[in-house]
Ligand binder design. Structure first.
Ligand code: ADP
Length: 446
């Protein structure tokens, strides 16, 4: 196994990777910005290197500084976490050329799925149903209007390099499409340095169901079931669960089979997620593949008992998966609430600051992945997610009641959090019924 790796990330995911490494006897190097000098990932790693100023462009996205830290500390591999450089083809290539293993898919895998219009073609060739839409990128407003006429309104305009729900606009007629085209284009240019767009039919009241994939360098590929991420605000996930209350075993099998086929077709290695939308009639459509570990990976870990970060490390080292599809079984129900330092009563405005009091929940079936502590700071520079509560129970009802208890027990003082929102959410009869769609959060908030 690797003797020493560097984690090119911050926050809870940096800590999560460090924890997996500690259990496997792997030494760790943390990197941090000046704003993060007192962060837990810095304290918990064996070594830590400051890589620049607070803005991520000067630190967590600054490849020369990260590669220098890797060289100085003589690491064998880099775990990119999620976000930042996790899906950066250039970074994966540089690691490869420096003889440092990138703990994730190959640069070719990232390239294949990084362009979402191209990814649709790959999925289609693998036999996956895709959302009706443009065949590739749409270059002009006129072309977009033509395609919309063919696939019929409502349509959704999306960025080919998109992520995090940015660059997505819904249009109901020619006028709103013309506007959506320009706003999505400029948003995509700013967020992704790539203004290319594509078009899809807007699926009314869909559910978001995704399949976790794991592949090794010997071409073994398995899926670890689904996660339901239908609870979203502005196309960003807030709560995820596994299994999905919306699918039965036949559909689960079918989606798993297609997901494995897509991954196999591109020779996928390491952890990845194939995302689908489910329409009201229960038909599923491929939307994209995320070529990294995801925020919501713990719910899969809780129901399968498989540590995805350790598997990522093993596969990156060249080991074969130690289990096959038939060895994977699913136990009970898990759900995750993403706790953000935001004022959910006030438009979810960020609430950075000093943590005065801190007491995380515990007890049966509760896991908390977080990097905050009493006396620590929530920085205004980065994503506002400060913790993930994961509740596991024998069934959905027990998972919900454990989550309810954990949300009640959680004490975080000094910053506003989305805990009150989550309590309202999981106590809503519509959530408890399991029957809702991606517009559910808007309904609660209105
Ligand atoms: P991103 O990569 O930015 O997360 P996705 O393609 O994964 O973008 O879509 C994010 C969310 O946006 C989906 O989970 C869904 O709620 C919504 N969405 C995306 N495409 C469609 C569509 N064609 N119809 C309806 N909703 C969509």
């Amino acid at each position: 196994m690797f003797e020493k790796i560097l984690i090119a990330n911050r926050g809870e995911i940096a800590l999560r990777v460090i924890q997996a490494c500690k259990e496997m006897g792997i030494a760790t190097v943390a990197v941090f910005s000046k704003a993060d000098k007192d962060s837990l990932h810095v304290k918990m790693a064996d070594e830590a290197v400051c890589i620049g100023a607070a803005p991520s462009i000067n630190s967590y996205l600054h490849i020369p500084s990260i590669m220098s830290a890797a060289e100085i500390c003589d690491v064998e591999a880099i775990h990119p976490g999620y976000g930042f450089l996790a899906e950066n083809i250039h970074f994966a290539e540089i690691c490869e050329s420096c003889n440092i293993k990138f703990i994730g898919p190959t640069a070719e895998n990232i390239k294949a799925m990084g362009d979402k219009a191209e990814a649709r073609k790959i999925a289609l060739n693998a036999g996956a149903p895709i959302v009706p839409g443009s065949e590739g990128p749409v270059d002009s407003k006129e072309e977009a209007l033509k395609i919309a006429k063919k696939i019929k309104y409502p349509v959704v305009v999306k960025a080919v390099a998109g992520g995090g729900g940015r660059g997505i606009r819904v249009a109901h007629n020619d006028i709103s499409l013309a506007n959506a085209f320009f706003t999505a284009q400029s948003e995509a240019e700013i967020a992704f340095d790539n203004s290319q767009l594509y078009l899809e039919k807007y699926i009314e009241q869909p559910r978001h169901v995704e399949i976790q994939i794991l592949g090794d360098e010997k071409k073994n590929i398995v899926h670890l079931g689904e996660r339901d991420c239908t609870v979203q605000r502005r196309h960003q996930k807030l709560l995820e669960e596994s299994p999905s209350p919306a699918i039965k075993s036949k559909l689960r099998k079918e989606m798993g089979h297609i997901a494995v086929k897509i991954a196999r077709d591109i020779g996928y290695v390491n952890a990845g997620t194939i995302e689908f939308l489910l329409d009201k009639s229960g038909k599923f459509f491929f939307i994209e593949m995320n070529t990294r570990i995801q925020v919501e990976h713990p719910v899969t870990e809780m129901v399968t008992g498989i540590d995805l970060i350790k598997e990522q490390l093993r596969v990156a080292y060249g080991q074969e998966l130690s289990f096959s599809q038939k060895d994977i079984s699913f136990n009970g129900w898990a759900m995750e609430c993403r706790i953000n330092a935001e004022d959910s009563d006030n438009g979810f405005t960020p609430s950075p600051g000093k943590i005065i009091k801190y007491h995380p929940p515990g007890g049966p079936g509760i896991r908390v992945d977080s990097n905050i502590y009493a006396g620590g700071f929530v920085s205004p520079y980065y994503d506002s997610m400060i913790a993930k509560i994961i509740a596991h129970g024998k069934d959905r009802s027990e998972a919900i009641s454990r989550m309810n208890r954990a949300l009640e027990e959680y004490i975080i003082e000094g910053v506003k959090t989305t805990i009150p929102f989550h309590r309202k959410l999981i106590n809503d009869p519509r959530f408890q019924s399991g029957r809702y769609a991606t517009d559910f959060v808007e309904q609660i908030l209105s």
